[in-house]
Write a protein that binds this ligand. Structure first.
Ligand SMILES: NC(=O)C1=CN([C@@H]2O[C@H](COP(=O)(O)OP(=O)(O)OC[C@H]3O[C@@H](n4cnc5c(N)ncnc54)[C@H](O)[C@@H]3O)[C@@H](O)[C@H]2O)C=CC1
Ligand SMILES: NCC(=O)COP(=O)(O)O
Length: 320
């Protein structure tokens, strides 16, 4: 099992975390890091590799599909000339998993603004870019830790745009994709999914907003009629405490922060970002580029290690 691991933003913590993850996983999952090896921390044991040789290299060094980004890395300060290479590394990794040369993809964090400035990157994040590369307009973001799985139905859009973007079609597709992934990738035979309302108190019977009555409840009723086990629309403020979480396997939320604040609060170091609805496995740590600590050796690799483990396990499960 070989997981293609992209370098992410060179000025961020991605290059710092790859050797730490390699040391933790060298007897477990093969990695193929795609990036400029001159960006790895000094003293990193790395070796040039290909998808075919990664497993052989893994026990002695970080296997690297070496690419020349043309300029060194300055931690904390993105170089616009790196941006096209960062995007190319993601596209190359997708080609490797699509062709079957690698079994799964794990991405290190990108800095969205740096990619827009340096490469006119047209996507707000990996999720949307990977969806486009895979020809899917319904890539779904899930963040998962032991205690919680959350799915934001709308992702990287301004809060003011959420009510218009949250359509019956989007919510239905998100629920169907989440349901299928919980069965296929997480081995939950009969998933229980909680759905958050959009408004305070899930609209308080229409007094604080009508999306729950006019949009969310009808979608849930239609999917319940098809046999799905759904809770909601629920008040978002009371659905994430421990007793509430015991009632469902995943929570589908209306917008990014409604979903990500609870999970990053509960388990920032262990959370994993998974893209559902793609024809290949993609995971990522739950954190960003962390410019404030890049290059310092202080970045915690727990989430990256969990993301790589999850990628390997999901790929193995899909292979049966
Ligand atoms: N998958 C991806 O590509 C993601 C990219 N981002 C991007 O990252 C950039 C920075 O985002 P922020 O909101 O500042 O979030 P961030 O996660 O980069 O940093 C938030 C805080 O958490 C700390 N932190 C993050 N990762 C850590 C680690 N591994 N160990 C110890 N401390 C850690 C940072 O030092 C900082 O204080 C943005 O451009 C954002 O879009 C954010 C999340 C995911
Ligand atoms: N806040 C989560 C995040 O930004 C991750 O996005 P993506 O790059 O995985 O789409």
């Amino acid at each position: 099992m070989t997981v293609a691991l992209t370098c992410g933003e060179p000025a961020g913590v991605g290059p710092d975390l790859a050797p730490v993850a390699w040391a933790a996983l060298k007897d477990e999952v093969s990695l193929l890091w795609i990036g400029d090896p001159s960006h790895l921390p000094e003293g990193t044991a790395w070796e040039a590799a290909t998808p075919e040789t990664a497993a052989d290299v893994m026990p002695r060094a970080l296997p690297v599909l070496a690419r020349d980004f043309g300029a060194p890395r300055t931690p904390g300060l993105p170089d616009p000339t790196h941006a096209p290479h960062v995007v190319d590394a993601i596209a190359e990794a997708v080609a490797l998993v699509t062709s079957g040369a690698c079994d799964a993809l794990c991405t290190a964090p990108i800095h969205k603004q740096a990619l827009i400035d340096g490469a006119n990157f047209a996507y707000p994040g990996h999720t949307e870019f990977l969806g486009a590369l895979a020809g899917s307009d319904r890539a779904v973001m899930m963040l998962a830790c032991d205690a919680l799985k959350v799915v934001p139905a709308t992702i990287h859009i301004p809060l003011a745009a959420v009510p218009e973007a949250l359509t019956a079609t989007l919510l239905t597709d998100t629920l169907l994709i989440t349901h299928a992934a919980l069965r296929r990738d997480f081995g939950i035979d009969r998933p229980r999914i909680a759905v958050a309302g959009l408004n305070p108190h899930a609209g308080e019977g229409g007094k604080m907003g009508r999306e729950e009555i006019e949009l969310i409840a009808p979608v849930l009723d239609a999917l319940r009629a098809e046999g799905m086990d759904l809770l909601g629309p629920m008040s978002a403020d009371t659905m994430f405490h421990a007793a509430a979480r015991a009632r469902y396997d995943a929570a589908v939320c209306a917008y990014h922060d409604q979903a990500l604040i609870p999970i990053k609060t509960i388990d920032f170091s262990g959370g994993v970002n998974v893209t559902l609805g793609l024809p290949f496995v993609r995971t990522s740590p739950d954190h960003g580029t962390a410019f404030d600590i890049a290059g310092s050796g202080r970045a915690d690799a727990t989430s990256t290690i969990a993301a790589l483990r999850m990628a390997g396990a999901m790929a193995a499960r899909r292979k049966g």
